[in-house]
Design a binder for this molecule. Structure first.
Ligand code: NAD
Length: 480
C-alpha cells in the first residue's frame, strides 16, 4: 500500500508524530493508500524550511524561477498518463476526464504563471511633471495554499504556481480526500531540482494541518479554495492577524435558457455543465431556468438524455460519470435528494444510488438526477449539493429569470443561453456572479479574473489578479 509522505525542505518525510490517515479509492470504496495526519509541528518545520529558502528564491532572476517551474511542468506533461490514472483512482472521476482536463490543465497552470511572471510589469503615475510615482512589487514571503478534492492537481497548481513564480515560498496542503497527485508532484519537484524549502507540501486534515497553516504567524497570505463554511472560519482567523486572503468558495449556479438559443448546442453543453465530474465542479450549473414556452420540450429532451448517461467504473472509457469522491459526500448528496422529495420536488429521472458488480461493489455511485416542481427559494434550490443533481424551473420574463438566478447567497458563475445579443449583454450586467458564460460553459482563458461574489468568495485568481495577490505593492514617490 502506497504511503504518502510530506514534502518538507526538499525531502519526503513522515509526519513528526507518525500518525496516518486512510486514503480511499471511491470506485471500490476500499483504502488503497495512507497519508500523513500532520499537525502544527509538521507545519512548523515546513514554515522554517520556507523561511530559510525565501532569501535565495526571491532573489533569483525571474528567468531562473521560470525555467525551474517549466522543468516541473515538462516532467508532468511527460508523465501525464501516470498522473491521470492516479487522479482517477484518488477522486473517482472518469479517466478520460483526468487525461483531457485535469492533468493538462495543471501543466497549463504552471506554464501560464511561469511565463506570465516574465511579462509582469507594475504601474507608474506621473503627477503632471511635479513628481513620479512608481509601484514596486515584491513577493509577500511565505504563502499558504489550501485546495479541495474536486479538481485536485488542477486547483493545487492554480495557487502554487503563481505564488512561486512571483518569488514566494509556499506551504501547501491538498485535500486529505485526494492527496495523491500533490504527493507525486513533490517527487517531480525533487527531480526538477527545485531548491529545498521553496515548496513544502504538508498532508492532513483541514481542522489540524489546515488550521496550523492559517494560524501560523509567519504565513502572510492564505489562498484557499473550498467550502463556504470553511472559508468563513479561515477569514475569521486570518483577519485579526492581518493576513491577505483569497477565498474561492461554493456555488449554486443558474443556467438561464431562452427558447431562441441554439438548441442542440445548449442541450449538449447543459448536459455537460450539469454532470461533468459527477457534478462536483464549483462551476457546474445546478439550477436550470427555462423560458416557459420551451419548458416541456427542454424537460423531456433533457431527462431523456440524462437517463442515457452511463455511470460506471472511472477507468472504463465509456463511463460518462464515475464515482462520488467519498462515502460522506455520497451520503450528503443522497440526503439532498430526500430533502428535495420532502420539499415537494418531482424526480424526473435518477434519484438513486447504483450498486456496481464485482470489485466495484463497494464504490459510491449515483444516478444523474433531474428534479422539477420546487420553489426557487427552497433549501434544495439555495444550498450547494455539489453532485449530479439539478433542478429545473420555468420562468416568464427576463426580470423573473434574474430574480431566481440572483436568489441565492452564492454568486460564482451564471450561464445564459440566447441568440438575442441585447438581452445577453443586459442580463450579463445584472447577474450577480463573478463569471457569466453566454452560450458556453467552462471556456477558460487563464488571463481572466476568476472568482465569485457574495458567499462564493473574496478576491480573484487568474492572470494578473493572482500575481498581484501574491505580491506586496509599494508606492515610491519622487518629487522632481
Ligand atoms: P472543504 O472546505 O471541506 O476543504 C477544502 C480544503 O480546506 C481541504 O484541503 C481541507 O482539508 C481544508 N480545510 C478544511 N477545514 C479547514 C480549516 N478549518 N482550516 C484550514 N483548512 C481547512 O471543501 P471540499 O469539500 O474539499 O471542497 C468542496 C467545496 O469547494 C465546494 O463547496 C466547492 O464549491 C468548493 N470549490 C470552490 C471552487 C472555486 O473556485 N470557487 C473550486 C472548487 C471547489
Amino acid at each position: 500500500m502506497k504511503k504518502i509522505l510530506n514534502y518538507i525542505n526538499g525531502e519526503l518525510v513522515p509526519p513528526v508524530k507518525g500518525k496516518r490517515l486512510d486514503n480511499y479509492n471511491p470506485s471500490t470504496g476500499e483504502v488503497y493508500s495512507t497519508l500523513p495526519d500532520s499537525d502544527e509541528e509538521d507545519v512548523h518545520s515546513a514554515v522554517e524550511a520556507a523561511k530559510a529558502a525565501f532569501p535565495n528564491w526571491s532573489a533569483l532572476r525571474k528567468e531562473e524561477r521560470s525555467a525551474l517551474l517549466m522543468k516541473i511542468s515538462g516532467l508532468l506533461e511527460k508523465r501525464l498518463e501516470e498522473f491521470a490514472l492516479a487522479e482517477t483512482i484518488d477522486n473517482g472521476k472518469p479517466l478520460w476526464l483526468s487525461r483531457s482536463v485535469d492533468i493538462p490543465r495543471a501543466v497549463s497552470n504552471i506554464n501560464f504563471f511561469a511565463t506570465g511572471a516574465l511579462h509582469y510589469a507594475s504601474e507608474a503615475h506621473d503627477m503632471d511633471g511635479k513628481a513620479i510615482n512608481y509601484t514596486l512589487r515584491s513577493p509577500i514571503g511565505i504563502a499558504g495554499c489550501i485546495s479541495p478534492w474536486n479538481l485536485p492537481l488542477y486547483l493545487f497548481t492554480w495557487k502554487v504556481a503563481p505564488a512561486l513564480a512571483m518569488g514566494n515560498c509556499v506551504v501547501a496542503k491538498p485535500s486529505e480526500v485526494t492527496p495523491m497527485t500533490a504527493f507525486m508532484l513533490s517527487e517531480l519537484c525533487m527531480e526538477a531540482g527545485l531548491p529545498k524549502g521553496v515548496l513544502n507540501i504538508v498532508h492532513g486534515l483541514g481542522g489540524k494541518a489546515g488550521t496550523a497553516i492559517v494560524t501560523h504567524p509567519d504565513i502572510k497570505a492564505i489562498s484557499f479554495t473550498g467550502g463556504t463554511k470553511t472559508g468563513a472560519a479561515i477569514a475569521a482567523t486570518a483577519a485579526p492577524m492581518f493576513k491577505k486572503i483569497s477565498l474561492e468558495l461554493g456555488g449554486k449556479n443558474p443556467v438561464i435558457i431562452f427558447g431562441d438559443c441554439n438548441w442542440d448546442e445548449m442541450m449538449r453543453t447543459t448536459i455537460n455543465s450539469s454532470f461533468t465530474n459527477q457534478g462536483e465542479i464549483c462551476l457546474c450549473g445546478s439550477r436550470i431556468l427555462v423560458e416557459k414556452h420551451s419548458y416541456d420540450r427542454f424537460k423531456n429532451e433533457f431527462s431523456e438524455k440524462t437517463k442515457k448517461l452511463k455511470v460506471g467504473p472511472p477507468a472504463d472509457e465509456t463511463s460518462k460519470l464515475g464515482a462520488i469522491v467519498s462515502k460522506q459526500h455520497y451520503e450528503k448528496i443522497l440526503s439532498y435528494i430526500e430533502l428535495a422529495k420532502h420539499e415537494g420536488g418531482k424526480i424526473l429521472c435518477g434519484g438513486n444510488a447504483i450498486k456496481m458488480g464485482g470489485k466495484y461493489g463497494g464504490g459510491w455511485y449515483l444516478e444523474p438526477t433531474v428534479i422539477e416542481g420546487l420553489p426557487y427559494n427552497c433549501r434544495t434550490n439555495t444550498e450547494e449539493i455539489f453532485g449530479p443533481v439539478v433542478t429545473i424551473m420555468p420562468f416568464d420574463t427576463e426580470e423573473e429569470a434574474l430574480k431566481i438566478a440572483n436568489g441565492t447567497e452564492y454568486g460564482l458563475t451564471s450561464m445564459l443561453w440566447t441568440e438575442n445579443l441585447t438581452r445577453a449583454h443586459k442580463m450579463a450586467a445584472q447577474l450577480r456572479s463573478g463569471i457569466v458564460w453566454i452560450n458556453c460553459w467552462l471556456l477558460r482563458d487563464l488571463r481572466t479574473p476568476f472568482g465569485g461574489v457574495k458567499n462564493s468568495g473574496v478576491g480573484r485568481e487568474g492572470g494578473w489578479e493572482a500575481m498581484r495577490f501574491f505580491t506586496e505593492p509599494k508606492n515610491v514617490c519622487i518629487k522632481l
